[in-house]
Design a protein. Structure first.
Length: 137
């Protein structure tokens, strides 16, 4: 028997699968982040597809990061370092390309805000992020 979904559930499901696709592409495409797309996918899957949510939370590679964020709003230290290095590299690239000074100033403020947010989130030891997944939270 097919499950009937509301239009909003279909939109959430499209968003979830689209973000999974972008997250998968981020594994091989430099400078395309994986984790933020997977966090959005987990959020959208919660509203549309219990099966996709379960798959994301139980994924051996991405599940621990998603669970750490969901439970503790934590970002692993390695991910923090990578994000900050990529922000700095992106800024330097834009500066070398001669981006307009006003736009570069705006991006500087934005990148600093993003880096501040990332760096002020807690970091958990690796073993705390791999705890059992409870989907009824």
């Amino acid at each position: 028997m097919a499950v009937r979904r509301t239009p909003s559930q279909l939109l959430y499901m499209m968003l979830a699968y689209g973000c999974v696709g972008f997250g998968a592409a981020g594994v091989v495409v430099p400078l395309l982040p994986t984790t933020p797309f997977l966090l959005v996918a987990a959020w959208a899957a919660t509203r549309s597809s219990p099966r996709l949510r379960w798959w994301l939370y139980r994924h051996p590679r991405y599940g621990p990061s998603i669970r750490a964020w969901q439970r503790h709003r934590a970002i692993p230290a390695a991910a923090k370092l990578t994000a900050c290095i990529l922000l700095a590299f992106s800024w330097l690239t834009l500066w070398v390309l001669g981006l307009d000074r006003l736009v570069l100033t705006g991006l500087t403020v934005f990148f600093l805000a993003v880096a501040s947010f990332i760096l002020t989130r807690p970091s958990l030891p690796g073993n705390r992020t791999t705890t059992t997944c409870h989907l009824n939270q």
